[in-house]
Design a binder for this molecule. Structure first.
Ligand SMILES: NC(=O)c1ccc[n+]([C@@H]2O[C@H](COP(=O)([O-])OP(=O)(O)OC[C@H]3O[C@@H](n4cnc5c(N)ncnc54)[C@H](OP(=O)(O)O)[C@@H]3O)[C@@H](O)[C@H]2O)c1
Length: 356
């Protein structure tokens, strides 16, 4: 089949970046034939920090560089994939790519939640899109669900378990009666928690994702300083026992709620979830997002929220979309000038027995 070849510049070749390479090695023909010959991708440059690191792929050494700018400057690179993480070098890279008219694919929720206003404005000015399916809930296609499948709905609520590390720790505290430090230690030993677990357990990783979902659902850029965020570090076995006796489980829940006055409430916090609630059965490192639309009613998205294959699978879907449709309208565009965020400074006990 005669496909157009698109040059990809990969920034980052860690868990997700190497996953993208592997999928393209394995399934490029499949992608080409499914896209009816319109899409074939070739990775033409890979930026990493350490050229000497041993890598478990057959990527040729001549593709590697430590210079991120080369991805933007190389004329054979058409699309830049940002998978280095963080908000500094990643911000500079994404800005430079957009200014050069190269679409960006990223899995970096922290970058988009904290610097979304600058980046999406630049994307709009440059008419060059940013795709970010991998930034929320790993392999679950939740961004496209909101952008496409549910476009005919007013979104009344989104409730998500969107941090697998916290979910695993709370599950072990519930099932095995472990205290938080022991459960965290176990999660680290099994590779479910990073060496630096801060953003996972303090709620901010989930909050970044909730901010992105809230922006997409309600059409305005959300100021991350005005959302309510509490992590799981202070949850005790006693909290979990009391919850259980009252018929609840404790979960780190992220909520995006549309209030009657139209204001949008966004919270991430440990919450009491009825044992009968559909999200109560989401265990381990799995994620789930329950969305209530005014037409569709309740719908549930469930799957692996992180990991090499699932996250790279989302990156690939964005890459294919970028190849097919080189237009800024597919990224994020503010659409509701009147939308307002409820400024959340007060705690409140969250209990859920049904869809909100
Ligand atoms: N891992 C997941 O399951 C997952 C899920 C969803 C979203 N994400 C997001 O995806 C992104 C990547 O995550 P990851 O887990 O793949 O990270 P990772 O395993 O730590 O890999 C990061 C990669 O970026 C490279 N890098 C870092 N800083 C760099 C710089 N300044 N210049 C050039 N290269 C640089 C590193 O190079 P070296 O290899 O030389 O160190 C490494 O290859 C993050 O934004 C993360 O939040 C990850």
């Amino acid at each position: 089949m005669n496909c157009t070849v698109t040059g990809v510049g990969l920034a980052g070749f860690g868990t997700v970046g190497a996953g993208v390479w592997k999928i393209l090695q394995q399934n490029n023909e499949l992608i080409c034939s499914r896209s009816q010959g319109t899409v074939q991708m070739e990775i033409r440059k890979i930026a990493v920090r350490d050229l000497k690191k041993t890598r478990d792929t057959d990527a040729p050494a001549n593709l590697f560089t430590t210079n991120l700018e080369q991805l933007v400057d190389d004329p054979s690179v058409d699309i830049v994939v940002e998978l280095i993480g963080g908000t500094d070098a990643a911000f500079d890279l994404v800005c430079a790519a957009l200014k050069a008219g190269k679409p960006v694919v990223t899995g970096n929720k922290a970058l988009l939640a904290e610097k979304g206003p600058e980046l999406f404005t630049l994307s709009q000015q440059q008419r060059t899109p940013i795709y970010f399916e991998a930034a929320v809930a790993g392999g679950i296609p939740i961004i496209k669900a909101l952008q496409e499948s549910l476009i005919g709905n007013e979104i009344n609520s989104i409730a998500g378990i969107i941090n697998g590390t916290s979910n695993y720790i709370l599950q072990r505290m519930t099932e095995a009666g472990l205290a938080y430090p022991e459960a965290l230690q176990e999660a680290k030993q099994l590779g479910y928690a990073e060496a630096d677990e801060t953003l996972d357990v303090n709620g901010w990783d989930a909050a970044h994702k909730a901010i992105l979902l809230g922006s997409l659902a309600h059409g305005f850029l959300i100021d991350y300083e005005n959302v309510y965020v509490r992590g799981i570090e202070k949850v005790t076995p006693l909290d979990i026992r009391f919850a259980s006796e009252l018929g609840y489980v404790v979960k780190l829940l992220s909520l995006v709620l549309k209030r009657e006055n139209g204001e949008i409430e966004i919270r991430t916090q440990p919450s009491f979830l009825s044992k009968k609630h559909i999200l109560a059965s989401v265990n381990g490192v799995f994620n789930a997002v329950a969305i209530k639309g005014d037409q569709v009613g309740e719908s549930l998205f469930y799957g692996r929220g992180a990991g090499q294959g699932p996250t790279a699978s989302s990156v690939i879907s964005d890459l294919v979309e970028a190849c097919r449709n080189n237009s800024s309208e597919r990224g994020f565009l503010p659409t509701d000038q009147k939308a307002a965020l409820l400024r959340l400074i007060t705690p409140r006990l969250l209990t859920m027995s049904a869809f909100p």
